[in-house]
Design a protein around this ligand. Structure first.
Ligand code: AMP
Length: 295
């Protein structure tokens, strides 16, 4: 990244602009770009936690102005999924964004994003059909579409995505490459609770007992990492261990365990290079996903 046109301001509160409409957001961004500043974007669905905060803090260090979007995107939820009950608390989120010295909250309405007879969608082939895509048909089509729309309104130089949703990151990177979008995608490490559970807005669905069991996912991933570091190379043995370890807690139903390439999410039988070990499992009302990158 080139030098910032003016030194990055040191912390402290700033005026948070809350824009619902596309024009105000784009005009703000165009002005900043025209004065040589680097626009950052952190797309979220709100109900902000420390995972989101880590993305925002990284973006805050590298870009100015910083835009955070909050939009619970109906296009990425399937029928029967949790779109209507997805946790929302916009008042609290605004306080968080003010504390983190964010410049703009972009808060579009569903109708503005998807007016009647909306009909254009982005399909990132193959990468969207594996892992979570196999269990959530259409999910990554919804993600790619909304991310491209956000890019087109916010016009960021850099956009920040969590490694917790590793498939989302890979899909977005591919879209940016394939469509020659002038945006740099930055991946940010997963933030975890004290017991290793990856922070997620959906953890709010867990009962106290389920919350205790939920830590098994990260425990299993850590055991897998230790096995690989000790020389294990057989992917199916490791996947079996993960599956069995998680399933020891009776409430769990594992959707998939995958060991795949970080570059293209292709399933591997033998472990070499940089691999992702990824898990999705249902526990009570929650669908939990997590992964670690090894090598
Ligand atoms: P969401 O609001 O769940 O759509 O997440 C918005 C962004 O925050 C996505 O790029 C996520 O990958 C990222 N994110 C969510 N949870 C975490 C976490 N625990 N650690 C790091 N990034 C996260």
């Amino acid at each position: 990244m080139g030098a910032l046109a003016r030194p990055f301001p040191k912390g402290g509160r700033r005026n948070l602009h809350v824009f619902e409409d596309f024009n105000s957001t784009r005009e703000y961004s165009v002005k900043a770009r025209n004065s040589g500043r680097w626009v950052g974007l952190v797309p979220t669905m709100g109900f902000l936690h420390d995972g989101h905060k880590s993305l925002i803090q990284k973006a805050r260090q590298e870009t100015d102005p910083l835009v955070v979007s909050i939009f619970v995107n109906p296009a990425q939820f399937g029928k029967g999924e949790d779109y209507h009950v997805y946790p929302r608390d916009i008042e609290r989120d605004i306080r968080v964004l003010k504390d983190l010295a964010v410049d703009v909250l972009f808060l579009p309405t569903v109708l503005a994003m998807y007016p009647d007879e909306y009909s254009t969608f982005v399909e990132v082939e193959r990468l969207s059909d594996v892992l979570c895509g196999a269990f959530r048909p259409g999910h990554f089509r919804g993600v790619a579409t909304v991310v491209l729309k956000l890019f087109n309104v916010v016009l960021p130089h850099k956009a920040y995505f969590g490694l917790k949703d590793v498939q989302q990151l890979v899909v977005v990177r591919k879209m940016v490459n394939d469509l020659n979008l002038p945006v740099e995608i930055v991946g940010v490490p997963t933030v975890r609770a004290f017991d290793g559970l990856a922070l997620s807005s959906r953890n709010a669905y867990l009962t106290p007992d389920e919350r205790k069991d939920a830590a098994r996912i990260y425990q299993a991933l850590s055991k897998a990492k230790a096995l690989i570091e000790a020389g294990e190379r057989d992917a199916s043995d490791i996947k079996e261990m993960i599956q069995e370890y998680i399933a020891q807690a009776p409430g769990f139903s594992v959707e998939y365990v995958s060991i795949c390439s970080f570059q293209n999410l292709q399933e591997l039988s033998s472990i070499t290079g940089e691999v992702v070990i990824a898990v999705a499992a249902r526990l009570g009302k929650a669908r939990l996903i997590d992964n670690i990158i090894v090598g």
